[in-house]
Ligand binder design. Structure first.
Ligand code: SME
Length: 159
């Protein structure tokens, strides 16, 4: 399936009224991991802006020790501060990187904005070197926009 074909399927999940918000997040992770061969770990981290830490939410893939990541640490922690997408074609070339598994070769992190505030991010690890293109970025921005709609009513997101 192309990214264009995947988009309505993502919306189908996020607008499914019989699922809770956490079930939707997990279903989106599962769908992305099942649909895109080089998406080998897919998960969401959510920011606590008081403690300046990221907290692991729903994910699909190998279990990770990194359930809490301080702002600034690793690829995820840097995105919490920069508010920009971070594409890492080869993780071995990164200084500020938190390794989860030696099988991971590359990573993409795209921030999740709700009403302009960076509340977290989608994080994807791949076992392939340099698989991510601008199409992945645009697609994951779309995914996050759909997820953001589930958080729109919350003034104070606590994680
Ligand atoms: N590699 C990430 C840590 C999170 S794991 O990929 C699940 C990082 O450097 O921030």
């Amino acid at each position: 399936m192309t990214f264009q074909e995947l988009q309505p399927k993502v919306t189908e999940i996020t607008s499914n009224t019989s699922l809770s918000r956490d079930e939707k997040l997990l279903a989106v992770c599962q769908f992305l991991s099942d649909s895109i061969s080089y998406y080998n770990w897919v998960g969401f981290y959510f920011a606590n802006h008081e403690t300046k830490t990221l907290h692991l939410g729903s994910y699909v893939g190998a279990e990770t020790d990194h359930t809490v990541i301080p702002f600034g640490k690793g690829i995820c922690g840097q995105v919490a501060i920069s508010n920009n997408n971070f594409v890492v074609p080869d993780v071995s070339a990164q200084d500020n990187y938190i390794a989860c598994s030696f099988t991971v070769k590359s990573e993409i992190v795209v921030p999740l904005f709700v009403n302009g505030k960076n509340i977290g991010q989608i994080d994807i690890d791949s076992h392939v070197i340099d698989p991510f293109t601008e199409e992945d970025e645009r697609f994951l921005e779309f995914v996050n926009q759909e997820i953001a709609k589930l958080y729109q009513d919350m003034n104070n997101l606590k994680v």
